[in-house]
Design a protein around this ligand. Structure first.
Ligand code: SF4
Length: 466
């Protein structure tokens, strides 16, 4: 292949897509592609799409309208811009994308990223290509690791996919159709990836998967490891000071994982545990395979293991058949658990999912009204949680320059952004910071004097019963 070519990747949606976008850049780097921050002037534009949000496909088509203008401008100056659509919308829509958007040259599903260089060559030889198969080979065996420089440039925190796909088939969700059956990566492969990240200066790793706590990868001797056991092993890697994992299903919170919250100090006291609804009737219709009571029991066990644990969650309001009483159960669950934050969405049907054709679809008017009430309850608990940090001192991993000169921004153990005045050579350090102001979107702290980088420690912020 000839000289450097510019690659622009736009990521939509979850952390898994951010991770995948990085891996696509890594696989293309040895083929002369250098990442660029804007699509104009790019030789290859990849839209890495997400199907979770409402009207996801329509958003992709409107973005492709903008890309078409850039491609036409490139043609006028005798440059060729290749346009690819990747991710879950690509998987779901397949050839339909080529039919509706003449600007697109390549459509590839999430299991095909390791084949990107070959697919680009195929487009050059044969014209437009669709690759949305679930190949038999494991893409992770073929994906190139990033260079040390690329890892450094991405910062001191990193995502590592440990599990992909899902076998649970919640009735509202497209993931089992777009990402396929659940697959766990072997322990050795994950450890090698985290060791590479640590050697390049990464301090915090988030293990990710569509249903991450269903992890059951092969350990040494081919015995299956749980996520809890994997966390213990990854915590041993020199340089890794903080661990997180997401996204979890309540029914897959096993004993080893709950114990890891007690026994692994690197595991941050912050867990995203989607519940979706507080009503057993709705949970059954969603096929969530846990009840309200079971969820509360799991939270109680987690808080016993790690008393300073902060919980966040996801909620869907207006699921088909949701009555006023069902919705009331959701609000009372929010008050009972005292979430430190949550994402809440109006139910919107995803084509091909069982819930899309259920009777008793809830009107948009009711969904809007319920969503506002739920968000008010969540906001109240989140504000109370943040307010309790005032005057506290906890560890902050300094990640990058802040908005103002002399300022750095880092993350608290609870993932809150914390702004502090600190010299730039402290990026990558974990420092003790005392919170002196709670803003709407960040906390403001001062470094403890004398300044001392910290070992991982338990933060002292009780959230139970908030
Ligand atoms: S467990 Fe999560 S990813 Fe799997 S089907 Fe349910 S909502 Fe989707």
């Amino acid at each position: 292949m000839s000289g450097p070519r510019k690659l622009f990747v736009k990521s939509y949606g979850c952390q898994m897509n951010v991770y995948d976008s990085n891996r696509m850049a890594d696989v293309l780097a040895p083929h002369g592609f250098i990442e660029t921050a804007a699509p104009d002037g790019a030789d290859l534009v990849i839209l890495n799409t997400c199907h979770i949000r409402e009207k996801a496909a329509e958003k992709v088509y409107s973005e492709l309208g903008r890309i078409r203008k850039l491609k036409e401008a490139a043609d006028r100056s005798n440059r060729h811009m290749l346009v690819a659509v990747a991710g879950c919308v690509a998987q779901a829509e397949g050839g339909e994308i080529l039919r509706r958007a003449s600007v697109v040259d390549l459509v590839l599903g999430p299991q095909s990223y390791h084949r990107l260089p070959d697919l680009i060559d195929r487009v050059a030889r044969e014209g437009r290509v669709v690759d949305t198969e679930f190949p038999v080979e494991d893409k992770f065996d073929f994906l190139a690791p990033p260079s040390r420089e690329a890892t450094r440039a991405r910062g001191v925190t990193a995502f590592v996919t440990v599990q992909e796909g899902c076998d649970r088939f919640c009735t509202f969700c497209v993931v089992p159709y777009t990402r396929g059956a659940e697959v766990s990566r072997p322990v050795a492969q994950i450890v090698a990836e985290v060791e590479r990240l640590a050697a390049a200066g990464v301090r915090e790793v988030t293990l990710i998967g569509q249903n991450v706590n269903a992890y059951h990868g092969a350990g040494p001797g081919r015995a299956e490891w749980t996520l809890g056991r994997l966390l213990h092993r990854v915590a041993e890697i020199e340089g890794i000071a903080r661990l997180r994992y997401t996204t979890s299903h309540p029914a897959d919170m096993d004993d080893s994982l709950i114990a890891a919250h007690r026994d692994v100090p690197q595991l941050m006291p912050c867990l995203h545990l989607p519940v979706q609804s507080g009503s057993d009737r709705v949970l059954a219709a969603m096929k969530r395979r846990h009840t309200r009571t079971r969820y509360i029991e799991i939270v109680e066990r987690l808080r016993t293991a790690r008393p300073d644990l902060a919980l966040t969650s996801d909620f869907i309001v207006g699921f088909p058949g949701e009555s006023d009483e069902d919705f009331h159960e959701t609000v009372t669950l929010v008050d009972h658990i005292g979430f430190a934050g949550a994402f809440s969405f109006k139910y919107s049907p995803r084509p091909g999912t069982p819930a899309a054709v259920m009777a008793d679809q809830v009107s948009d008017e009711i969904k809007v009204e319920r969503l506002a009430r739920l968000q008010a309850a969540i906001d109240r608990h989140q504000a109370a949680f943040n307010a309790r940090t005032l005057g506290m001192t906890f560890s902050v991993l300094l990640e990058k320059p802040g908005r103002h000169p002399g300022q750095l921004v880092g993350r608290s153990p609870y993932l809150q952004p914390v702004q502090v005045m600190a010299p730039p050579d402290l990026i990558g350090e974990i420092v003790a910071a005392r919170i002196i102001e709670v803003g709407p979107n960040s906390l403001f702290g001062v470094l403890d004097e004398p300044l001392k980088p910290m070992r991982p420690q338990r933060a002292a912020l009780a959230v139970a019963g908030a």
